[in-house]
Ligand binder design. Structure first.
Ligand code: TXA
Ligand code: MG
Length: 342
């Protein structure tokens, strides 16, 4: 069943959202938009519902899910304790793209947390997500609504392409916005640790709570990540994707090298550089003047390369600060850490 509901007004009541809530209460799984990416929701207190999520995505069961709530008050029924720094961050960034890891309370399905003693919680900022979560009034486990390994969905059609026939429905709220998953922040220790960079930047978090650490695995690919999901290959398009660090003419020379080998070559660039290159396919992803636009279009652009029958995709690289941190984290994973430097 495909529940379609574009053009949402926060103050209206929608039969589609009621329908989706009913399915969730019955233990079914339904996809819905959030401000980051589409999520695949299921009742976080039900083993059967959580099983359905893992099954639909083909997700390894040792990779825990984020629990979504519609009211801040629900937090105390999920976690044992909210440290001062976490409280400040919640005050500042919820609803929004910040997921907080805290010590978990009994009551959730053990499968949500993959047996860990901690739980990831977030309150999304999308009006459809909030309306749905409030209507259900249950903690909802929701990973990104893609097949495991594919780029996360930023449009309902991405969800349908990946999961049609495997889930009970999708609420279509149009394009998601941020376009990359939430920042995952471990708040169980004295100093908060970023396990996954995302919509809320390190700089923004530091403004609220002072020093923040970054999981070493994000910096050094040989380290084992603390967030189980970060060890898996992700987001990869069908063609061989490589990131090119250096000048535009260096990238153009690389294009020609591969073309001489008889390969069909695509380029991932931005608006300002698109006319510079000559390749088989050129796709633009936002503007460098505002990296938020790159983040919001990245996954759709990666997915759309799959329609082009390419052998190689060469991507420009992006600065590592602000939201660039999250962009480069996802792009590097999509490229399997293959970077060509001038
Ligand atoms: O933006 C988002 O966060 C989206 C939308 C739907 O809300 N959700 C999302 O969920 O990206 P998922 O399941 O694809 O990613 C959850 C990440 C994984 O890397 C997982 O390993 C990590 O959070 N995680 C979950 N619980 C954890 C825990 N207790 N400790 C450490 N990492 C955890
Ligand atoms: Mg995911």
């Amino acid at each position: 069943k495909w529940i379609v509901d574009n053009d949402v007004d926060e103050n209206e009541s929608y039969p589609q959202i009621k329908e989706a809530a009913k399915l969730l209460k019955k233990g079914e799984v339904v996809a819905f938009p959030t401000e980051t990416v589409y999520g695949l929701g299921g009742d976080a207190t039900s083993d059967q519902a959580v099983d359905k999520i893992f099954l639909a995505k083909g997700r390894p069961s040792d990779n825990p899910l984020i629990v979504h709530i519609g009211y801040k008050e629900q937090l105390s029924s999920i976690v044992t304790h909210v440290p001062m720094k976490a409280e400040k961050l919640i005050e500042q960034f919820w609803p929004g793209p910040l997921t907080i890891i805290l010590p978990k309370k009994a009551g959730l399905s053990e499968k949500v947390t993959a047996g860990l003693s901690t739980v990831a919680v977030r309150m999304p900022a999308h009006p459809v997500a909030l309306a749905l979560l409030k209507e259900v009034n249950l903690p909802i486990a929701a990973p990104s609504a893609n097949l495991s390994g594919k780029p996360s969905p930023t449009l309902a059609k991405h969800v349908i392409n990946d999961l049609e026939g495997r889930i009970s429905g999708v609420v279509d709220g149009g394009p998601t916005g941020v376009g990359l998953e939430s920042t995952v922040l471990d708040c169980t220790g004295e100093v908060p640790v970023i396990l996954r960079p995302g919509g809320v930047t390190k700089e923004q978090i530091e403004e609220v709570v002072g020093a923040v650490e970054v999981d070493q695995a994000l910096v050094d690919e040989k380290e084992a990540p603390k967030s189980p999901g970060m060890k898996y290959t992700h987001y990869a398009p069908d063609a061989l994707l490589m990131i090119v660090e250096g000048s535009k003419s260096f990238l153009q020379a690389k294009i020609e090298e591969y073309q001489k080998e008889g390969k069909r070559v695509g380029v991932l660039t931005t608006m300002e550089n698109q006319t510079f290159y000559q390749a088989d396919v050129i796709k633009t992803c936002g503007t460098r003047a505002n990296l938020v636009t790159v983040a919001s279009q990245l996954y759709d652009t990666l997915r759309s390369f799959n329609e082009c029958e390419l052998d190689v995709i060469l991507s420009e690289s992006f600065p590592y600060d602000g939201v660039g941190q999250a962009i480069m984290n996802r792009l590097t994973k999509a490229a399997g850490h293959k970077i060509i430097s001038e």
